[in-house]
Design a protein around this ligand. Structure first.
Ligand SMILES: [Zn+2]
Length: 189
């Protein structure tokens, strides 16, 4: 039976850590990183990659990795999380699935997307992480728990929160180029 584990999302803090990766944005069609056929998620992704250089770098990093990363609209195991990352073991590499609720203002969804994709990059850097047990070990080492129950694996890292904040700042500096939140197209499937 395939087992999945979810990483929770926590509130943004102000710690800033830049994410260094290849400078170029993903110029061609995405290969490793795939987006569900979902207009709202695609809109947020396009907006974020256009206005955040750090997000561009992250996408490039994921594209260069060995894991398939899939972004889809969906619910997380913890109902208070609007986004989460799940690992599904597979060959030759586990698939990383970002589940996200895109029915929020575009900036919020963009920040959540940046956060969860950063977690994907954390896993990507660790070639031995390919199942629930190794994922647990990784986050015991680099993260901290955000829930109490032993059966509910939920972890956070300061780096993912910092990256989320960094992308938020980059988008905020470009916000004048985009309609106000009230004018944004509504979430849709
Ligand atoms: Zn997180």
């Amino acid at each position: 039976m395939k087992r999945t584990r979810a990483l929770g999302v926590a509130v943004v803090t102000a710690l800033i850590v830049g994410f260094s990766a290849a400078a170029a944005a993903a110029a061609g069609p995405l290969v490793r990183l795939r987006i569900e056929n979902n207009d709202r998620i695609q809109e947020v992704f396009d907006y974020t990659i256009k206005h955040s250089l750090s997000f561009q770098d992250l996408v490039t990093t994921l594209e260069l990795g060995d894991h398939a990363v899939y972004i889809t609209e969906g619910r997380c195991p913890r109902v208070d999380n609007h986004a989460c990352l799940q690992l599904t073991p597979g060959q030759p590499k586990a698939t990383l699935i970002v589940r996200i609720d895109p029915r929020q203002p575009i900036m919020s969804v963009a920040a959540l997307l940046a956060h969860e994709l950063y977690h994907a990059a954390e896993i990507l850097r660790e070639p031995d992480v390919d199942d629930a047990a190794s994922l647990h070990q990784l986050y015991e080492r680099i993260g901290y728990r955000t829930c109490a129950g032993q059966s509910d694996d939920c972890w956070e890292t300061r780096a993912a929160k910092a990256f989320q904040e960094l992308v938020w700042r980059q988008l905020s500096s470009q916000a004048r180029d985009y309609p106000s939140t009230a004018d944004l197209p509504g979430p849709r499937r």
